[in-house]
Ligand binder design. Structure first.
Ligand SMILES: Cc1cc2nc3c(=O)[nH]c(=O)nc-3n(C[C@H](O)[C@H](O)[C@H](O)COP(=O)(O)OP(=O)(O)OC[C@H]3O[C@@H](n4cnc5c(N)ncnc54)[C@H](O)[C@@H]3O)c2cc1C
Length: 388
C-alpha cells in the first residue's frame, strides 16, 4: 500500500468554486498545508477551454463561455469579489452582441435569459485562465500541491481525519475536506466510479450527522442537464459578413427554433490566430441520443453543418460553413444541476470536518458560475474561524 500524504486541508475538484475557495482560504491561512485534487488535466472544470494540440493557436471555451451575475446589488460579498476580479483585470464587462433568432432566423436583440440576465462578464483571457488567475492571485499558487488526472473514488473518516483514495491507488490524508463537486455524494457516482455505495454515505453512515443525512436526501432529488457542445474549427477564410470585431458573439434560439434545429445557443469566438471559432450547444435529448447511437460520426458532423447552414441561410451577419470544417464533439453528462437546489445551511459539518461548495447550492446563481463563486465565498466565511 502506498503511504498517504497528509494535509491540513484537501479540496476535491479544480473548477471555479474550488479556485475561489482556495484563494480566499489561503489568504487567511498562509501556514496551512493545502492540496487540490482534480481528475482533469488542468483547472476550470465546467468553465474551461479546449486548447487543441491538433489545431494550434485555437482556444475554444467549450463549457461556460462567459458568466452573468444576476444579483449582486443585494449581496455585498459577491459584489466585492466581482469588483476584485475587475480591479485585477481578470475579467471585464462583456458587451458582446447577444441575439435571439426568431422563427424566420431573423435577429432580435436578446432580452433576459438564464445565461444573460444581470451583468455579463468575460475572462480577459480564456475561461480556464480565469480559474488559474484566481488561484494564482496573491501569489498563493506555490502554497498548494496540485494533483491533476487524479480521480477520488473512496473516502473514509477515522480518528478526526479524512483518508481519500484515488482510482490509481494514491492515498491522501487531511484534517479537513472540501468537496467542490457533488459527484461523490450523488447516485450517479455508482456507475461513473464503479462503486457499490455513494462514497460520502459509505464514509459517514446514516444517523451519525443530521446535516449530512439531509444533504444526501436533498441530493437524491437533484438531477442534471446533459449537453452536447460542438467545437467548430472554421477554415482559413471563414468570417462574419459584417465588420464585427468583439471577442464573442452569442446567438440564442427561440423555443420553436430550438425544437426544430435542436441547437440551444451558438457562440462565435474570435481567436488570437485571427480565425473564428464556433461553439454550438445543445440540450436536445433526441440529438444527444442520435450522437450516442451514430454509426458514423463524420456523417453526424455533416448533419450538424447542414443544420447550421439552414439556420443561418438568410442571416445578415453569419456566413454558411463549407463542410470542410473540423468539428470536435464534447458530451456533458451533467452540464448543470437542475430540480432541487441544496440549502446553504448544509454547507459544512463541524463534526465531520467537511465543507461543500459549487453551483449545486441554492440561490440566484443555482446551476451557474454566479452560484459557484458565491457558495465558495460563503463557505470560506463560515469555516474561517473553525479551521484553526
Ligand atoms: C456546456 C456548458 C455551458 C454552460 N454555460 C454557462 C453559462 O453560460 N453561464 C454560467 O454561469 N454557467 C454556465 N455553465 C455552468 C458553469 O460552467 C458551472 O456552473 C460552473 O463552471 C461550475 O463550477 P464548479 O466549480 O461549481 O464545478 P465544476 O466546474 O464542475 O468543478 C468540479 C471539479 O471537480 C472535478 N471532480 C469531480 N469529481 C471528482 C473526483 N471524484 N475526483 C477528482 N476530481 C473530481 C471535476 O472534474 C471538476 O473539474 C455551463 C456549463 C456547461 C457544461
Amino acid at each position: 500500500m502506498k503511504s498517504a500524504v497528509t494535509y491540513d486541508l484537501l479540496i476535491i475538484g479544480g473548477g471555479i468554486s474550488a479556485c475561489v475557495f482556495a484563494s480566499k482560504y489561503l489568504k487567511n491561512n498562509i501556514t496551512k498545508k493545502v492540496g487540490l485534487i482534480e481528475i482533469g488535466r488542468g483547472l476550470g472544470g465546467r468553465s474551461s477551454t479546449r486548447i487543441s494540440k491538433k489545431f494550434e493557436g485555437w482556444k475554444l471555451n467549450h463549457g461556460s463561455p462567459n458568466f452573468n451575475i444576476s444579483n449582486s446589488k443585494n449581496n455585498l460579498l459577491l459584489k466585492r469579489y466581482i469588483d476584485e476580479l475587475l480591479e485585477n483585470k481578470y475579467i471585464k464587462i462583456d458587451d458582446s452582441e447577444i441575439f435571439l433568432l426568431n422563427e424566420d432566423s431573423n435577429l432580435e436583440t436578446k432580452k433576459k435569459s438564464e445565461f444573460s440576465c444581470g451583468v455579463n462578464y468575460l475572462s480577459l483571457d480564456s475561461m480556464s485562465e480565469l480559474s488559474k488567475k484566481i488561484i494564482e492571485s496573491n501569489n498563493l499558487k506555490e502554497e498548494i500541491d496540485f494533483f491533476f488526472e487524479t480521480l477520488i473514488v473512496d473516502m473514509k473518516f477515522n480518528d478526526k481525519e479524512w483518508l481519500l483514495t484515488s482510482k490509481n491507488g494514491k492515498k491522501f490524508k487531511s484534517k479537513y475536506l472540501i468537496c467542490s463537486t457533488n459527484l461523490l455524494l450523488h447516485k450517479r457516482s455508482l456507475e461513473l466510479l464503479n462503486v457499490n455505495q455513494i462514497p460520502l454515505r459509505k464514509a459517514i453512515p446514516i444517523h451519525n450527522d443530521k446535516k449530512i443525512d439531509l444533504l444526501l436526501n436533498f441530493l437524491e432529488e437533484q438531477t442534471f442537464i446533459p449537453r452536447l457542445t460542438f467545437l467548430i474549427y472554421t477554415n482559413e477564410n471563414y468570417s462574419y459578413k459584417d465588420y464585427y470585431s468583439k471577442k464573442q458573439r452569442y446567438f440564442y434560439l427561440k423555443n420553436n427554433l430550438e425544437k426544430k434545429y435542436r441547437f440551444e445557443r451558438i457562440i462565435f469566438q474570435s481567436q488570437d490566430n485571427n480565425k473564428l471559432g464556433i461553439v454550438v450547444h445543445s440540450k436536445n435529448i433526441e440529438l444527444i441520443n442520435s450522437y450516442i447511437s451514430a454509426k458514423d460520426e463524420e456523417v453526424f458532423k455533416q448533419e450538424i453543418i447542414t443544420s447550421f447552414n439552414k439556420l443561418f441561410e438568410e442571416n445578415s451577419v453569419i456566413n454558411k460553413l463549407n463542410f470542410d470544417e473540423e468539428i470536435s464533439i464534447m458530451k456533458w453528462r451533467a452540464s448543470q444541476p437542475s430540480g432541487i437546489a441544496i440549502p446553504l445551511s448544509l454547507q459544512f459539518s463541524r463534526k465531520y470536518r467537511i465543507g461543500f461548495c459549487g453551483d449545486w447550492f441554492e440561490g440566484d446563481g443555482f446551476g451557474r458560475i454566479e452560484g459557484s463563486i458565491l457558495s465558495a465565498l460563503i463557505l470560506e466565511k463560515k469555516i474561517k474561524d473553525l479551521i484553526k
